[in-house]
Design a protein around this ligand. Structure first.
Ligand SMILES: [Zn+2]
Length: 267
């Protein structure tokens, strides 16, 4: 599932590609991906423009010139493609927003959604999310940790604790901090909290800078998207040597989520 760095990469790239371009058509092959009837959806979009793209946690908010917001969550398996009819991947497209010669395609949107809301409703829907990792200073981070009793893995993927971190980056951050994902939050020393905070900031910034881990490019010639994939420290690297100490990476399951770590150099 795309996490904060993947959605931030989409936001930055799409901002350069689609802002201010008039919407000329809409195709919907999976009405369930929407929260309104496809005709109403098309009626509100055609002739409209996306004026700003915002990211909140793993959501993108496409702000329309008329004030409404398209709220996107790709969930598991969702991705986007931008390009001409000829460039489109040979995949089922659930929602296609035409922007002149190009279109923005939403693919793999079986669990994900693209909902049309007013700003007030959008705000209400997102208010349960915890703070963004980049909005927290160290003191605030220590304060939110104080309320947690579980292990690091479960804590990081809890969207009411911090928003935007999922299965991959929770393991990557723990590795970077030298801490086991199974460590209980109350057992962390002050120094370990600091290591965790610095690892989280550094790792997420690096992942954004290299375009996250999505496997499919956003457009033909996209050289950015997915460049974090070969840089993954532990995630999906079962039995491969640890980049720090050479020990084989362990794969386990924590609360029915895949979890990867090095048993030798993570404490
Ligand atoms: Zn190691």
């Amino acid at each position: 599932m795309p996490e904060l760095p993947e959605m931030e990469t989409y936001r930055q790239q799409l901002t350069r590609l689609i802002i201010g371009v008039p919407i000329t058509g809409v195709d919907v092959t999976r009405p369930k991906s929407l929260n309104v009837d496809p005709e109403e959806f098309a009626g509100k979009l055609i002739g409209n423009r996306i004026v700003r793209i915002e990211r909140r946690a793993k959501h993108l908010l496409f702000h329309l010139a008329t004030g409404e917001i398209l709220l996107l969550h790709l969930m598991l398996g969702g991705w986007m493609f931008f390009g001409t009819q000829e460039e489109k991947p040979d995949r089922t497209i659930q929602v296609d927003i035409h922007l002149g010669n190009n279109s923005l395609s939403f693919i793999g949107l079986r669990l994900g959604y693209l909902h049309l809301h007013t700003p007030e409703v959008t705000h209400k829907l997102l208010q349960k999310l915890g703070p963004e990792p980049f909005e927290l200073n160290l003191t605030q981070f220590r304060n939110v940790l104080r309320s947690k009793r579980g292990n690091l893995k479960v804590t990081f993927v809890d969207q009411t604790f911090l928003s935007g971190i999922g299965n991959c980056y929770s393991d990557e951050i723990c590795f970077e901090a030298g801490l086991l994902p199974l460590r209980k939050v109350p057992s962390l020393t002050d120094n370990e909290q600091l290591q965790l905070y610095q690892a989280m900031q550094a790792l997420l910034r690096e992942a954004i800078a290299v375009g996250g881990y999505m496997e499919e490019p956003l457009f033909v010639g996209d050289r950015l998207t997915g460049q974090y994939n070969p840089k993954c420290r532990v995630y999906d690297r079962k039995d491969e040597p640890c980049l720090r100490c050479g020990s084989p990476i362990i794969q386990t399951e924590v609360s029915s989520r895949k979890c990867f770590y090095c048993a030798h150099c993570q404490k």
